[in-house]
Design a protein around this ligand. Structure first.
Ligand code: MBD
Ligand code: FE
Length: 283
């Protein structure tokens, strides 16, 4: 008998991301920001809003609907989801101006630190009957000068074959399809897992309601999330996508880059194999 499971909802996913975000913040909330900087950024932000109201002739009804929406985003705990989907890619773009090495992409709302550490070659934690095409993902981690980086860490997490993330969907075991894989003495790694499915923004929360109201689609193409770290090097936050996958050209989170698309090769036995190397710049 298959066990029926509650389907993940906005309450279980988008809103749990608020708790995860808070848990990852220091109690002090980070360094103080100079008043001049606060004034410059907030003035610019407000003038963008003011200009939109004028150019779109925004009405009182629309203004009050916007307030209602913002209240619901907070009450539903969806600020991390909404901001990571619609805003983070530009923050990443600005950060990337000063970065070398493997292209980055956004972190998104579903990273959980402190996952199991596994020596390469490693198999990510998964259910005995984990559905999906087997994927063997291997490569090397090197510095920008070509030196291999032994012991580099690949902190990897991704959705399952139904597009759900452990920790954000009540039916999934904790730590499923998440792990910190340690590269060998030559900086090489091999990770066995499954191919993730595309991810859908929960349609029953305020972010989903906005997407629906605007007539957009709520999908991200299938992707692997990675933080790649090595001593003395800048940590890379990135995502890898799959050639030919649905939504690659219309990611709701605008986070794809041509350099980040994998081309796995089907081995004919239900397993796909792919290589990808990471390059880290000195810190
Ligand atoms: C995701 O899985 C994701 O990667 C991002 C960036 C936003 C929402 C869900
Ligand atoms: Fe994701």
């Amino acid at each position: 008998m298959t066990t029926p499971h509650p389907s993940p909802t906005a309450a279980g996913s988008g809103s749990s991301a608020t708790e995860a975000f808070r848990a990852g913040r220091s109690a002090t909330g980070g360094p103080a920001v100079a008043p001049e900087r606060v004034s410059a950024v907030v003035s610019s932000l407000l003038s963008g809003i003011h200009q939109t109201i004028r150019s779109e002739s925004v009405t009182y009804d629309e203004f009050q609907a916007a307030k209602q929406f913002l209240i619901e985003v907070g009450e539903g705990g969806e600020w991390p989801l909404l901001l990571d989907v619609f805003v983070e890619h530009v923050v990443e773009d600005v950060a990337a101006r000063a970065q070398e090495g493997t292209k980055g992409s956004i972190l998104g709302p579903y990273y959980l630190p402190g996952q199991v550490r596994l020596e390469s070659p490693a198999t990510l934690p998964q259910r005995p009957d984990e559905k999906g095409t087997r994927l063997v993902f291997s490569g090397e981690v090197r510095a920008t000068d070509g030196t291999p980086l032994p012991g580099a860490e690949l902190d990897i997490w991704h959705a399952d074959d139904e597009g759900y993330y452990s920790g954000f969907a009540p039916h999934l075991p904790e730590g499923n399809l998440r792990g910190v894989v340690v590269a060998d003495e030559r900086g090489r790694f091999e990770i066995s897992t499954i191919l993730p499915s595309p991810y859908q923004i929960p349609t029953d929360g305020p972010t989903g309601a906005l997407i629906e109201a605007a007539g957009w689609h709520p999908w991200r193409p299938a992707h692997l999330h990675l933080l790649v770290r090595a001593d003395g090097h800048r940590t890379i936050t990135t995502q890898l996508y799959f050639a030919g996958g649905e939504w690659l050209d219309s990611d709701v989170a605008s986070a794809t880059k041509p350099e980040l698309i994998l081309e796995p090769v089907d081995q004919g036995d239900g397993t796909s194999v792919v290589r990808y190397d990471f390059t880290l710049e000195p810190a």
